[in-house]
Design a protein around this ligand. Structure first.
Ligand code: F6R
Length: 620
């Protein structure tokens, strides 16, 4: 949700910033803009729409060479996606340029104050107010090193809401300052150069050495004085150093048409990497990173899983597995609802927050609420050093690697696997499963990368089917047990990528109303459970297929190899390898991802950057 880039160093800032924006465009693509600072002053360019629009402008009217630059790619909140509302925003006197990710909640009052002082606003954004406040504060701040940072601290103390701000001032041609509260910002440290980014993708082509910024901190990067971090009061802070564990190649398409296709193809690796080092040879799980003592884990009497969107679907799957393996009651809730209904939480509650980005504001706020209520919080997260794991009591990282396509795929499968690990680990520590039982499931987990790889080799008929469904008006998805969240995920993928109306249902629920929408030819995708584990469940779903078919549905059936019972009722049959019931979502999700991708592609849409969306949703 808005990508931010900053650069200070010997390279041409314009090029470094544009390259960073290319890598961050998945965070928002309503508009893009750049400002560079030279001895002559500030030069800016900005355009509504995707980065390509800005690049076209810059090809005709290049910005001057400069060693300081900032850039922004926007997901609109305050003010429509227009040229005027694109960042950077300038102060009225042109001295300050600011870019921003987040929402300044008290901007109306601050804007009123600026207007009363005679400032005329050039945009409808909440951000612009910061440019004016910063210019005014700068004039009141004593001259000397660190003046812009001091002004930024004073302004930041007045702001409410969520913000990452990066600013430059014409009087300080060697300096950038940035401030953060509730929004992401990382610093890249190169050889005589510094980078600022919403995430490390912004500078991964230049350096893997990074610094994590904490809540309510201001950073100054200056060509002479280097890097200085303080809190909002001005007290120096030592930022935490880390090395990025993936390289620039990981954030390239690698020969695929879309990042999403590359990320789908990477799923076996994402699962294998998430399991790596966590499965002991004796079948025991080794989760050293879960910084909760055995006693704390034994004291848990209730679990909440809280997350959003696709991560919420991972949570729904987690419920089946964790309850089954541990016998601890599990509730799953969308993060945006969680804290508003006053959930019952205490020291013996474990709240598992799941987030690919680690920055989702709804999830972060739910986490903070849980901590306020003294619950223990365990984060399952894909982005090292992001806010959610930093604020949690414990963290289990998914090692899916960078996910650039806006729609989650490999991080979803990695999240499901991480949830299995949490469930099994709890069962192991609490002694509710025999060691050999845990070892048997661990053994099955080890087979999952191969199973997913096998699904991926059989996807041509699914692509063909996708092409034939491109004109569908609505597509329904049905599943029972763990197949239900898979159906929800299949419907979500289709909606967000192909803009086709889709809904996921618990297959048994259809007859209570929704079956009325089925008409001649309505495509209905059914995720069928294994006939082996819980055959009652299987036979019920086979009945559900017959029910929709009797009403004219075109049935698309996802069933395991060897399940012959579904054959007579399937207009299209997609086979997946056998896995035990609780683990099936890892294989049954894959054809649904491919299906959505193919339908979107056939309809001519941008699969990686669907309309109205952004990768990391940092507003509530
Ligand atoms: C859908 C999708 C979103 C995210 C959701 C949560 O494909 O990507 O629904 O899953 O916005 O994001 P994270 O996991 O980053 O908290």
């Amino acid at each position: 949700m808005c990508g931010i880039v900053g650069y200070v160093g010997p390279q041409n800032a314009r090029d470094v910033v544009l390259e960073g924006l290319r890598r961050l465009e998945y965070r928002g693509y309503d508009s893009a803009g750049v400002a560079v600072l030279t001895g002559e002053g500030m030069a800016t360019a900005k355009r509504a729409g995707k980065l390509a629009n800005l690049e076209k402008v810059l090809a005709e009217q290049p910005l001057p060479e400069a060693t300081i630059g900032i850039g922004h790619t926007r997901w609109a909140t305050h003010g429509g996606p227009t040229d005027r509302n694109a960042h950077p925003h300038l102060s009225a006197d042109g001295s300050v340029a600011v870019i921003h990710n987040g929402i300044i909640e008290n901007f109306a009052a601050l804007r009123g104050e600026c207007e009363a002082a005679g400032v005329e606003f050039a945009s409808e954004t909440d951000t612009e107010v910061v440019a004016h406040l910063l210019a005014a504060e700068y004039t009141r701040t004593p001259e000397g090193p660190g003046r812009l940072a001091e002004a930024m601290r004073a302004v930041s103390r007045r702001l409410e809401g969520a913000f990452t701000l990066v600013a430059s001032h014409v009087a300080e041609p060697d300096t950038l300052v940035a401030s953060r509260r509730n929004s992401p910002l990382v610093v890249g440290v190169g050889d005589g150069e510094y980078f600022l980014g919403s995430d490390v993708a912004a500078f991964i082509a230049h350096t893997r050495e990074a610094r994590e910024l904490g809540q309510d901190q201001v950073v100054e990067i200056d060509r002479q004085r280097g890097l200085t971090v303080t809190d909002f009061a001005g007290t120096p802070v030592e930022p935490k150093a880390f090395t990025v564990d993936w390289d620039a190649e990981a954030a390239e398409k690698g020969g695929h048409d879309w990042f999403m296709l590359k990320e789908i193809a990477e799923q076996p690796q994402a699962i294998a990497d998430t399991l790596l080092g966590r499965l002991g040879d004796d079948g025991e799980l080794v989760l050293d990173e879960v910084r909760l003592s055995d006693q704390e884990l034994r004291d848990i009497d209730k679990i909440f899983v809280v997350s959003c969107g696709t991560s919420f679907h991972a949570g729904l799957i987690a419920k089946y597995a964790i309850e089954h393996w541990t016998r601890i009651p599990v509730e799953v809730e969308v993060a945006s609802e969680f804290r508003y209904r006053d959930p019952v939480l205490d020291r013996s509650t474990l709240v598992v927050v799941i987030s690919q980005s680690g920055e989702t504001m709804d999830t972060l706020m739910a986490l903070r609420h849980a901590k306020d209520q003294k619950a223990r919080v365990l984060a399952i997260c894909n982005v090292n050093g992001s806010t959610i794991p930093r604020e949690s009591d414990a963290v289990l990282y998914t090692h899916a690697g960078p996910e650039i396509a806006v729609a989650s795929t490999k991080s979803f499968l990695a999240q499901i696997v991480a949830c299995y690990l949490v469930g099994l680990f709890l069962a192991q520590v609490r002694g509710v499963k025999y060691v050999d039982e845990v070892a048997a499931i661990v053994d099955e987990l080890r087979q999952l990368p191969d199973a997913v790889a096998r699904v991926l080799t059989q996807m041509e008929p699914v692509r063909e089917l996708g092409r034939s469904l491109a004109d569908a008006g609505t597509i329904l998805f049905l599943g029972r047990h763990v197949g239900f969240p898979v159906a929800l995920e299949g419907a979500l993928k289709l909606k967000e990528l192909a803009y086709i109306h889709a809904e996921g249902f618990a297959a048994g629920e259809l007859k209570h109303g929704p079956i009325a929408v089925i008409d001649e030819g309505t495509p209905v995708v059914v995720v069928v459970p294994s006939p082996r584990g819980r055959s009652v469940l299987h036979s019920k779903v086979v009945s559900n297929i017959q029910e929709v078919r009797a009403r004219g549905a075109r049935t698309i059936v996802i069933a395991e190899e060897g399940d012959e019972a579904v054959v007579p009722y399937a207009d299209h049959l997609i086979r997946v390898p056998r896995t035990s019931t609780l683990l099936t979502p890892v294989v049954t999700t894959v054809p649904l991802q491919i299906l959505a991708c193919e339908i979107a592609d056939t309809r001519g849409f941008d699969v990686d950057q669907p309309r109205n969306l952004a990768k990391s949703v940092t507003v509530e």
